[in-house]
Design a binder for this molecule. Structure first.
Ligand code: FE2
Length: 290
């Protein structure tokens, strides 16, 4: 039997949303789409050269039960967290943060003008890992393999594999693939997408056709794929660029309150009590004694 090409099952164009202290962004999917994109919970795309859209940033806030994945295309964001990590995420860098039992962090633009563009994806944690020790992974653009394709174009391998090359982000419970793919005009690329796994693409630039003869999907849309073994991507005269993301669905109940995603409502109430009481964060940066 020939390997089946996955059809596009649903298109998401998202909606404009204000997040953090007033950052204008586009939420491609979120709370309302659960559990369609399981194990993925949310995808935000921010992209603006107008500082009014981003300077307010994302001041200190908590997370529990999920992983937040920030991928910058342009600009610089400074971050800090309750584990003691701090630094700047620049163009091409990735921050893959596993909140586990609880983290408090902030993400603030490190610029007052110019283009700031990137993504934040929320990846769910299985019930067994929701209260695990938080883990922070900062991956510089130099650590991300860039594979040149025989037909032209490039694949940046952030997580998972392409053509035998593994990305630097490993050991994630839902076994994700996260690729940034740039294709020249009038070319076709096939990408494996394991049967049973959720697979999606976000079109960054150009317009792409995801099956022979299928209508083109324009920039700023998410295509969620139906079942099959691989995804076929064809470009028109302008070429295209897209994120390609796959992962193993968890098929567990989702209880969601803002930045906290657990399995049962009682776990959300517990988190709120702990936030008020001041014992939400279970693992802190060591405090140096004076
Ligand atoms: Fe956050």
């Amino acid at each position: 039997m020939p390997e089946a090409i996955r059809p596009v099952e649903t298109l998401y164009k998202g909606q404009e949303t204000l997040e953090g202290a007033g950052v204008r962004l586009r939420r491609l999917f979120g709370n309302r789409e659960v559990p369609k994109l399981d194990p993925f919970l949310l995808l935000d795309h921010f992209g603006s050269a107008d500082p009014h859209d981003y300077v307010a940033g994302f001041p200190w806030h908590p997370h529990r039960g999920i992983e937040t994945v920030t991928y910058m295309l342009d600009g610089r964001v400074a971050h800090g967290d309750s584990l003691g990590n701090e630094g700047v995420i620049g163009a091409g860098d990735v921050q893959w943060m596993s909140a586990g039992s609880g983290i408090i962090h902030q993400e603030m633009p490190e610029q007052r003008d110019g283009l700031l563009r990137g993504f934040q994806l929320w990846v769910n944690l299985p019930a067994s890992e929701k209260m695990s020790t938080p883990a922070y992974r900062g991956v510089g653009t130099d650590e991300i393999p860039r594979l040149s394709l025989p037909t032209g174009g490039r694949v940046h391998v952030i997580a998972g594999r392409h053509d035998g090359v593994e990305g630097p982000v490993r050991g994630i419970p839902v076994d994700p693939t996260y690729l940034d793919v740039e294709l020249p005009s009038s070319t076709t690329l096939e990408l494996p997408a394991r049967r049973g796994y959720t697979a999606l693409a976000f079109v960054i630039d150009g317009s792409l056709s995801f099956a022979p003869g299928a209508p083109a999907v324009r920039a700023d849309h998410v295509a969620l794929f139906g079942e099959g073994e691989r995804v076929s991507v064809s470009t028109g005269p302008d070429g295209g660029r897209f994120l390609f993301v796959t992962g193993r669905p968890l098929r567990e109940p989702v209880a969601w309150y803002g930045p906290i995603v657990m399995n049962r409502p009682e776990e959300l109430s517990q988190a709120v009590v702990e936030l008020r009481r001041g014992d939400f964060v279970k693992h802190r940066a060591p405090v140096l004694e004076e």
